[in-house]
Design a protein around this ligand. Structure first.
Ligand code: ADP
Ligand code: MG
Length: 389
C-alpha cells in the first residue's frame, strides 16, 4: 500500500536548498493537499463544500536575493528555472508557473519585493485530485508574505493563490483548493460557503476509522469539456428559474419545487436537482458530524455518489466500480467519487482494522474487472499552510 507518490529520501528540503544554492534558506514553508468530504460541483453554483487539509504536502525553502532574479529548483523534477522579476513569463516547464503566477499576482496587487531563490519538493500525488497545484501556490504565497513582510492575511493569500492559477497557469478553478490548503486544521473539516466565503470548522470525530483514497488511476478526456457543459447547464437552469423567481441568483437559492415548476428540459432538470440536493447533503452532513454520527455522514456520501452518477452524470465505470464495492462492505462507512469526475479518487471512510483486507480485496477485483492497478492513500486531517523548522 502506498502512502505517497514520492517518499522523501530522508533529506529535508532545506538541505536540498543548501546543496543546490550553496547557502542556507531564510525560511521553509509547508502547505498541504486537500480532500473534499462532500459538496461536489457546488462551488461554482455558489453553494457549500466540506474540504479538509491532509498530511501530504508541498514544501518550499526560500531565501531573499539582493537583485531581481528569481531562481527556482524542483527537487522532484531535478530541474531549475530562472527569470528576472520584471520580465516574468510562462516557463515552458509548468511547475515554475505556479510559483511565478503567485509573484505576478502579488505584483499586480501592488506589493514590492526583490528576487529570491527557492527549492520545492512534495509528496502529494500529482493529478489525483488532491490539489498539489494549490498546495504549491499556497506554500509560495505564504513564504513570500513572510519573507518580505507583505502583511497579507490568510484569506488574502488564498485569493492571490487562486488568481495565480486562473491567470498565469490559465485554469478557471474555484477557490476551494487554495482555501483548504491554507485554512486547514488538524482533525477538522471546513464547511465553506462559496458565496460569502464564510466558513466553519467541523471536528471529524472518527476515532477507529480512517479516510482512505482509492485512486482509479484513470482520467478520461471528457473531464474538462463536460465540466464546462455542466456549468452551462446549471447557469441555464438558473436563467429558467429566474423567469418566475427573479430573486434566485444561483442554484444555491433554488429548491426542488422551483425546479419542478420552471424547468421542462429533463437534462437541465436533473443537473439542477443534483446541486440542490448536494447542498442539502453538506448541511445535513455537518449536523451528522456535530452529532458524532459518522454512519449517518457516510450515508450522505453514498447518496452524493449516486447523484453524481445518475443525475449529474460525471462518474465513470472505474469510480462506480469502486464505490459499489465499498458499499458492499459493512466496515466502509461511506464512499463517493471525489473531484470533477471522469476519473481520480474515490474517498471512503473505513474502519481502521478492516482497511488492509478491504483494500486488498477491492484492488484485486479492480485489476480483474477494470484492468487497472488501484493506488491507495491513507490520510489524516492536517493543519494548513505553515512555516516549519
Ligand atoms: P492536482 O490535481 O494535483 O492539483 P494539477 O495538474 O492541477 O494536479 O497540478 C499538478 C502540477 O503541480 C504538476 O504538473 C506540477 O507542475 C505542480 N506540482 C505538483 N507537485 C509538485 C512538486 N512536488 N514539485 C514541483 N511541482 C509540483
Ligand atoms: Mg490542481
Amino acid at each position: 500500500m502506498e502512502s505517497a507518490v514520492k517518499q522523501y529520501s530522508g533529506k529535508l528540503i532545506n538541505e536540498y536548498f543548501r546543496d543546490y544554492f550553496l547557502t542556507p534558506p531564510d525560511l521553509t514553508v509547508s502547505s498541504p493537499g486537500r480532500i473534499n468530504l462532500i459538496g461536489e460541483h457546488t462551488d461554482y453554483n455558489n453553494g457549500f463544500v466540506l474540504p479538509a487539509a491532509i498530511d501530504k504536502s508541498i514544501e518550499i525553502s526560500i531565501k531573499k536575493r539582493t537583485d531581481n532574479l528569481i531562481e527556482l529548483f524542483s527537487v522532484d523534477k531535478n530541474e531549475a528555472f530562472s527569470v528576472s522579476i520584471d520580465r516574468l513569463n510562462v516557463s515552458g516547464l509548468l511547475w515554475p508557473d505556479y510559483i511565478l503566477g503567485v509573484v505576478d499576482e502579488l505584483i499586480k496587487a501592488g506589493h514590492k519585493f526583490t528576487g529570491f531563490s527557492a527549492a520545492v519538493t512534495g509528496n502529494i500525488p500529482i493529478g489525483a485530485g488532491l490539489s498539489s497545484s494549490a498546495a504549491l501556490e499556497c506554500a509560495t504565497v505564504y513564504a513570500l508574505n513572510e519573507l518580505f513582510g507583505l502583511g497579507i492575511d490568510r484569506m488574502g493569500m488564498v485569493k492571490i493563490a487562486k488568481l495565480a492559477e486562473n491567470n498565469f497557469v490559465g485554469l478557471q478553478c474555484g477557490i476551494m483548493d487554495m482555501f483548504a490548503s491554507m485554512m486547514g486544521k488538524a482533525d477538522n473539516a471546513i464547511r465553506l460557503d462559496c458565496r460569502s466565503l464564510d466558513y466553519e470548522y467541523f471536528p471529524l470525530k472518527i476515532c477507529g476509522y480512517k479516510i482512505v483514497l482509492l485512486d482509479t488511476q484513470v482520467k478520461h478526456s471528457l473531464a474538462s469539456s463536460e465540466y464546462n457543459t455542466r456549468r452551462n447547464e446549471c447557469f441555464e437552469g438558473v436563467r429558467l428559474i429566474q423567469q418566475k423567481y427573479p430573486s434566485v441568483q444561483s442554484l444555491r437559492d433554488a429548491d426542488e419545487q422551483m425546479i419542478e415548476e420552471t424547468i421542462t428540459n429533463p437534462v437541465i432538470k436533473k443537473r439542477c436537482r443534483f446541486i440542490v440536493q448536494e447542498n442539502k447533503r453538506v448541511t445535513e452532513g455537518c449536523k451528522n458530524l456535530l452529532a458524532g454520527d459518522i454512519y449517518a455522514f457516510g450515508k450522505q456520501m453514498y447518496a452524493s455518489h449516486t447523484g453524481l452518477r445518475d443525475n449529474y452524470e460525471v462518474s465513470c465505470k472505474e469510480l462506480d466500480f469502486i464505490a459499489d464495492e465499498c458499499s458492499k462492505e459493512k466496515d466502509v462507512v461511506g464512499a463517493r467519487m471525489m473531484g470533477g469526475g471522469f476519473g481520480g479518487c474515490v474517498i471512503a471512510i473505513i474502519k481502521e482494522e478492516a482497511i488492509e483486507a478491504i483494500v486488498k480485496k477491492i484492488s484485486k477485483e479492480y485489476k480483474i474487472k477494470m484492468g487497472q492497478e488501484l493506488k491507495v492513500y491513507i490520510t489524516q486531517l492536517h493543519k494548513g499552510t505553515a512555516a516549519i523548522n
